[in-house]
Write a protein that binds this ligand. Structure first.
Ligand SMILES: NC(=O)c1ccc[n+]([C@@H]2O[C@H](COP(=O)([O-])OP(=O)(O)OC[C@H]3O[C@@H](n4cnc5c(N)ncnc54)[C@H](OP(=O)(O)O)[C@@H]3O)[C@@H](O)[C@H]2O)c1
Length: 311
């Protein structure tokens, strides 16, 4: 099976697996954990200098890790305005020497912009694309269906699609009732990204999306390597019988359910391991066994019961 095989409902090709590098986790302007008194100007200047050095090294480590992921073969990059500056991803693409046109680049609208209203969303789309140093993203989606805002955001996203700023449009964290609401106010989403893994199989929500020809991207696909999953003897047995790791078997389970797993790793060996899942097949019985691991264990937030202002 080759990686560019899947085609979404508007005819755009999408890779079968994505790399979600997440945020860098450090910004030079972050408040220091210990406060230095205002009068101690030299120490404050020294701390500021050290923070900028630390940022410089962490930035370069992050960019190299994403570039290595692209070189290893990832062609879908999942990123969001909520994770930081898209310039990091643009740098990584450049560093990888893989042409931008070969990358399926995700743009995601933050909850903060949604709270500020449609013109803030419009501005953010423009800025996001500029930071990526491109003229369009391959999918534009919102990060969460923020109550009271997400329909308005969706209208702006649909307009951006019509203007050619995005080759496809999608949503994240949408339940059935969110999709129903969206379809009344604009185009049908082409992609819905939400949490799925063998401990939280979301069978009904996946079926609902697939019946509507909405491509599901599964996030937290390996349940963050949770022991409750990876130590299961039945999973280890399946992995052993295919000469694969338990993580590879879980990622393969997503592929065979027609899901696009978005997996995070900045470790090059693990990135390669995560891509090496296209040379074996799970039997129908093995798929059923893994389906049976479901314990409805959501590891991330429930869009019907969360505080959008902190996400
Ligand atoms: N739309 C949303 O609201 C939303 C929410 C959550 C996540 N996401 C997206 O989904 C991506 C992935 O989700 P996630 O980070 O929650 O979970 P995940 O991909 O299930 O798990 C990531 C963890 O697994 C480890 N890992 C990766 N490959 C491994 C391997 N082969 N063997 C052992 N450990 C391995 C990583 O460690 P190392 O880095 O050390 O390898 C990391 O600690 C995110 O980065 C983001 O792009 C989207």
């Amino acid at each position: 099976m080759n990686q560019s095989e899947r085609v979404i409902c508007n005819g755009v090709e999408i890779p079968l697996i994505g790399l979600g590098p997440g945020g860098m986790g450090y910004t030079p302007n972050a408040k220091p954990s210990t406060q230095v008194p205002r009068w101690n100007v030299p120490l404050r200047a020294w701390n500021k200098f050290m923070r900028s050095i630390r940022y410089h090294f962490q930035r370069s480590e992050y960019v190299s890790a994403v570039a290595n992921g692209i070189r290893a073969g990832f062609r879908l990059i999942d990123y969001s305005t909520a994770y930081g500056n898209g310039g990091l991803i643009a740098d990584a693409i450049e560093k990888s020497a893989v042409p931008r046109e070969d990358i399926f680049l995700t743009g995601r609208i933050s909850n903060r912009a949604q709270f500020s209203g449609p013109s803030a969303v419009e501005d953010q789309i423009k800025r996001h694309i500029e930071e990526y140093r491109t003229d369009h993203v391959d999918v534009l989606m919102f990060h969460w269906p923020v109550t009271g805002c997400f329909e308005k955001t969706w209208r702006v996203i649909c307009k951006a699609y019509e203007k050619g700023l995005a080759r496809s449009i999608g949503v994240a964290n949408c339940h059935r009732h969110h999709i129903e609401a969206l379809m009344k106010c604009g185009l049908k989403p082409m992609i819905n990204q939400f949490e799925v893994h063998p401990l939280f199989t979301q069978k009904d929500l996946i079926k609902y999306n697939q019946d509507l020809d909405i491509q599901v991207e599964s996030y937290t696909p390996i349940a963050r390597n949770d022991d409750r999953l990876m130590r299961l003897p039945k999973l280890r047995q399946i992995a052993k019988s295919h000469g694969k790791t338990t993580v590879q078997v879980v990622l393969r389970w997503h592929i065979q359910h027609d899901l696009i797993p978005i997996v995070r790793s900045r470790n090059n060996l693990r990135q390669k391991e995560n891509l090496n899942i296209f040379d074996f097949e799970l039997s129908a019985e093995e798929m059923r066994t893994i389906d049976g691991f479901n314990i409805n264990a959501r590891l991330r937030y429930d869009p019907d019961n969360c505080d959008f202002s902190i996400l």
